[in-house]
Design a protein around this ligand. Structure first.
Ligand code: 2AM
Length: 486
C-alpha cells in the first residue's frame, strides 16, 4: 500500500519559480520525473501550472507542508531562490516537515562558505544537504545545464539519475558528476564564473586591439567565425561573432552604440578574493575583475582622456599576420587562465580535504555552461592522463601550444604597450608565464629588504629551513623579529 502511495507522489520538489526554476522543472519533467513545484508567492505556482507546465508531469504545492506531503521518501527538494537569507529561510521552513535522510539541494549561486555551513549544520540534523552549481543560463536550465553538485555525499546516489539525465552531454557523457564534500560544488561553480570573467576580458582586449588595427566590424566577425573552427572553438567566441554581426533596426551595427561600462554580480570578485585568501596567483581573473571596475569609472575616464597623453602611435605592420598573433595570444592566455583556475581548485581541495577529480570538472564545464569549449576537452585529457598534474602549462599538449604561441603572444602584448591599448589580461598572463618558468625570481632582494627593515630573517640558497638575520647597517642589533609581520 505504502509502495503504491509512493508511486503517486512526486520524484523531486523545486522551490523558486523564477525563470531558472521553471526551466529546470520543465527539463526534469521532460526526462520522465514528476516534479512538485512551489514558490513563496503562490500565485506563480498557479500561473505556471496553467501555462508552461500544462500537460506535463508537474504538480503544484500550496504550501511547504503540501510540498513535503507530495514527495516520495527520501524527499528530494531543490531550492532555486535568491542566494543568501532566502535559502536559510526556506531551509528553516522545510525542517519541521522533513524526516531524517531527506535531501535539500541548493541550486542557486550561493557562496561556498554558506554551503559549507549549511551542509555541516544539516548533517547534524540528519538532513542531507547538497550545494550544486548550475550553469548555462535559462537555455541551459531548460535543455541541459552544467551541474556541479557537492555537499553530503550520501545524497548522491539518490539524485544522480535525475541530475545526470537533465545535464548537458559532451561526447556522450553528462556534464555533471559529484564534485566533493560540503562547499566543493559551489566553489567549483565560483571558479567557473571567475574563468568566465577571464575569458570575456580576453575577448574584450582582442576586440580593442582589432579596433586599433582599423579593420571593419565585418572583418572582425569573420575572424571570430574562423577562430571558432579551430582550437578556440567555444560558446563565447561564437556569440562574439554573432554580436559583431548584429545590426540595429537602423541598419547600423549595435555594438559600438553600447555604453562601455561593465557590471558584475560578484562571483568573479569572490574568485579573486578566494585566490588572495589561499595565496594562489590567479592574476588573470583578478585583472578581469579590476578591468570591469575601471570600465565603470566612465566619467573619470572621459575627463582623463582629454588630459593624459598617449603614445600617438599607429599600427603599421601586416594586419593579417598580426591577427594570427592575436589568436595565438588569446589562446596562450586562456591556457594560463585555466591553469591558474585549476591551481586555485587544487589549493582549496587541500585546505578543505576535497577529493576533486580535475578531469571530471573539465568535463562538467565542457558542455552546457558559458565557458563550454573544445579546449576543455583537452584539459580533461590532460588530467585523465596525469591526475596529479602540477600545472596545465606543463601538460605536453599545452606546453606545445604555448611554445608555438609565445612569439606572437609577446608581440601582441608589446604592440599593445606601444599603441597604448590596455591589455591587462593578455599581459598578466604573459607575466605569469614568465614568472612561472623562472627558476630565479627577485624575491631574494625582497627577503633582504624585509630583514633589513624588520629583522624578518631569510633563508640562504641550499640551506632551506635555516633562518638567519644580518645586521645590515652595523647598528640596530642582531635580534631577529619572530612575531612581527610587516
Ligand atoms: P518570489 O516569486 O516570491 O519573489 C528568484 O528571485 C526566486 O527567489 C523567486 O522564486 C523568489 O520568490 C525567490 N525569493 C527571493 N527572495 C526571497 C526571500 N527572501 N524569501 C523567499 N523567496 C525568495
Amino acid at each position: 500500500m505504502l509502495h503504491i502511495l509512493n508511486l503517486l507522489k512526486g520524484d523531486i520538489g523545486l522551490i523558486g519559480l523564477a525563470v531558472m526554476g521553471q526551466n529546470l522543472i520543465l527539463n526534469i519533467a521532460d526526462h520522465g520525473f514528476t516534479v512538485v513545484a512551489f514558490n513563496r508567492t503562490v500565485e506563480k505556482v498557479h500561473s505556471f501550472l496553467a501555462n508552461e507546465a500544462k500537460g506535463k508531469r508537474i504538480i503544484g504545492a500550496e504550501s511547504i507542508a503540501d510540498l513535503a506531503s507530495k514527495l516520495k521518501a527520501p524527499r528530494r527538494i531543490i531550492l532555486l531562490v535568491k542566494a543568501g537569507p532566502a535559502v536559510d529561510s526556506f531551509i528553516d521552513q522545510l525542517l519541521p516537515h522533513l524526516e531524517k535522510g531527506d535531501i535539500i539541494i541548493d541550486g542557486g549561486n550561493s557562496e561556498y562558505q554558506d554551503t559549507e555551513r549549511r551542509s555541516k549544520d544539516l548533517a547534524v540534523k540528519g538532513i542531507r544537504f547538497v550545494g550544486s552549481g548550475v550553469s548555462g543560463g535559462e537555455e541551459g536550465a531548460r535543455y541541459g545545464p552544467s551541474l556541479m553538485p557537492g555537499g553530503n555525499k550520501e545524497a548522491w546516489p539518490y539524485i544522480k539519475d535525475i541530475f545526470q539525465s537533465i545535464a548537458a552531454k559532451a561526447d556522450g557523457q553528462p556534464c555533471c558528476d559529484w564534485v566533493g564534500n560540503d562547499g566543493a560544488g559551489h566553489f567549483v561553480k565560483m571558479v567557473h564564473n571567475g574563468i568566465e570573467y577571464g575569458d570575456m576580458q580576453l575577448i574584450g582586449e582582442v576586440y580593442h586591439l582589432m579596433l586599433a588595427l582599423g579593420i571593419s566590424q565585418e572583418e572582425m566577425a569573420n575572424t571570430f567565425a574562423e577562430w571558432n573552427k579551430g582550437e578556440l572553438d567555444s560558446f563565447l567566441i561564437d556569440i562574439t561573432k554573432d554580436i559583431l554581426k548584429y545590426k540595429d533596426t537602423d541598419g547600423q551595427y549595435l555594438l559600438p552604440k553600447i555604453r562601455d561600462t561593465a557590471g558584475q554580480k560578484g562571483t568573479g570578485k569572490w574568485t579573486a578574493i578566494a585566490a588572495l585568501n589561499y595565496g594562489i596567483p590567479v592574476t588573470l581573473i583578478g585583472e578581469a575583475v579590476f578591468s570591469r571596475c575601471l570600465s565603470a569609472l566612465k566619467d573619470e575616464r572621459q575627463n582623463a582622456s582629454k588630459v593624459l597623453p598617449g603614445p600617438n602611435a599607429k599600427f603599421s605592420g601586416d594586419k593579417k599576420k598580426f591577427l594570427e598573433e592575436i589568436r595565438q595570444a588569446l589562446y596562450a592566455s586562456k591556457i594560463v587562465s585555466y591553469a591558474q583556475g585549476f591551481m586555485l581548485l587544487r589549493e582549496a581541495a587541500k585546505v578543505h580535504n576535497w577529493e576533486l577529480d580535475y578531469g571530471a570538472i573539465a568535463l562538467m564545464w565542457r558542455g552546457g555552461c558559458i565557458i563550454r569549449s573544445v579546449f576543455l576537452g583537452q584539459i580533461k585529457k590532460a588530467f585523465d592522463k596525469d591526475p596529479n598534474l602540477k600545472s596545465l602549462l606543463i601538460a605536453p599538449f599545452f606546453l606545445d601550444a604555448l611554445t608555438k604561441a609565445q612569439t606572437g603572444w609577446r608581440n601582441v602584448v608589446a604592440t599593445g604597450v606601444t599603441l597604448g591599448i590596455p591589455t591587462p589580461a593578455l599581459a598578466t598572463a604573459l607575466a605569469f608565464y614568465d614568472g612561472y618558468r623562472s627558476e630565479r625570481l627577485p624575491a631574494n632582494l625582497l627577503q633582504a629588504q624585509r630583514d633589513y627593515f624588520g629583522a624578518h630573517t631569510y633563508e640562504l640558497l641550499g640551506q632551506e629551513g635555516k633562518f638567519v638575520h644580518t645586521n645590515w647597517t652595523g647598528h640596530g642589533g642582531n635580534v631577529s623579529a619572530s612575531t612581527y609581520i610587516a
